[in-house]
Design a protein around this ligand. Structure first.
Ligand code: SF4
Ligand code: SF4
Length: 265
């Protein structure tokens, strides 16, 4: 009995299914060929915590790379260039801070993204966030790579060159500074050596002067030749000797007179 009951159920469910199939066979088609045809959902219908396509507000992104590091499947690529000090056009960040980095590439590959939202949690400036946008299917996977950088390729090149030029100038400045320091050091050493040499020379000169002062009278005595007097000089010398002899005689007379006086007393 049980056997015939099961046969009945099998035949009836098959006929029920076939009936539904036959009903839709000539009826109106309800399947849409997504993504060409789809029923748009109003953004207001999306829940607050919905995870859809990401967006990066570049006025708040400083290229810290935290989102790329946090991404578990490495679908974020961030490339930056430091802002050169002589860059004339550097807008501040949207939080009022000075921009230090240009973000030349901030690419997210939505063909890989698993919408875990970790990148939005680690961003220090909340520049990356989930949007309500989920209708962005593509036939070409390359088109799912979104670059959010707001710099054109020419501007990226310009910023890179400005930073490289700045680095070159800084390097040259440091080399020049090193060269000047080395020159100053060398000059100081030369001056020191010269002063030391001058001190040695003056010491030896003063010693030789002392020697020559000591030796000069001896040499003068040894080397002094008899002087030849002129007739006038000879006459003057004789007169001088006569005066000296007269003075000697008078002094002897005074001494004799004094001795006589002492004997008489
Ligand atoms: S949502 Fe997750 S997977 Fe997608 S970019 Fe952010 S961190 Fe990566
Ligand atoms: S989006 Fe946020 S976390 Fe990612 S590089 Fe920009 S500032 Fe850093």
């Amino acid at each position: 009995m049980e056997y015939f009951k099961k046969i009945y159920e099998g035949v009836s469910t098959t006929l029920t299914g076939m009936k539904i199939t036959l009903e839709h066979l000539g009826g109106k088609k309800v399947t849409n060929q997504y993504p060409e045809i789809y029923h748009p959902i109003e953004s207001g219908d999306m829940p607050e915590t919905a995870r859809n396509r990401l967006f990066v507000d570049m006025s708040g992104c400083d290229g810290c790379d935290s989102c790329a590091k946090a991404c578990p499947i490495n679908c974020i690529t961030v490339e930056t260039v430091r802002v050169a000090p002589d860059d004339p056009n550097v807008p501040d960040m949207n939080n009022g801070k000075k921009r230090k980095m240009w973000v030349t590439l901030h690419e997210i590959d939505f063909g890989k993204c698993c919408f875990c939202s970790l990148c939005t949690l680690v961003c220090p400036t909340e520049a990356i966030y989930m949007t309500k946008e989920f209708e962005y299917s593509e036939f070409d996977r390359e088109k799912l790579k979104y670059n959010f950088s707001n710099l054109t390729p020419d501007e990226c090149e310009e910023k890179k060159k400005m930073w490289e030029d700045h680095q070159e100038a800084k390097k040259r400045e440091q080399e020049e500074k090193k060269r000047l320091e080395a020159e100053a050091k060398k000059a100081a050493e030369e001056l020191k050596a010269k002063e030391a040499a001058n001190t040695d020379t003056s010491t030896s000169e003063s010693q030789s002067n002392i020697t020559s002062v000591t030796e000069t009278p001896v040499a003068a005595v040894v080397e002094e030749a008899p002087k030849q007097l002129t007739p006038e000089e000879e006459a003057k010398q004789k007169e001088k000797e006569a005066r000296r002899a007269e003075n000697e005689r008078k002094r002897a007379e005074r001494l004799a007179a004094k001795a006589n006086e002492e004997q008489g007393s």
